[in-house]
Design a protein around this ligand. Sequence first.
Ligand code: FES
Length: 80
Amino acid sequence: MADAAAKPHSLRVCVGSGCSMRFSYDLLTEAEDVAPSAEWHVAACGCLGSCEDGPNVSVDGQVVVDVSPEAVRRIVSDRR
Ligand code: FES
């Protein structure tokens, strides 16, 4: 596995209680399926501080709220 710092993009999926109740694990599965591992560091993370707007992810350090699996695919394809 390549070092996370060597990858150009990161996608962290909040699996805090608020987001996991809103099916954020589905986003993690989607991200692992669609994000090329050579380019993306995909990982679960703790609360991103916007629980009521979840499920949320952090893309290259920027929080994105109310994310769907379709949005995960769009995020990845937009950065190719
Ligand atoms: S639980 Fe996901 S932002 Fe707080």
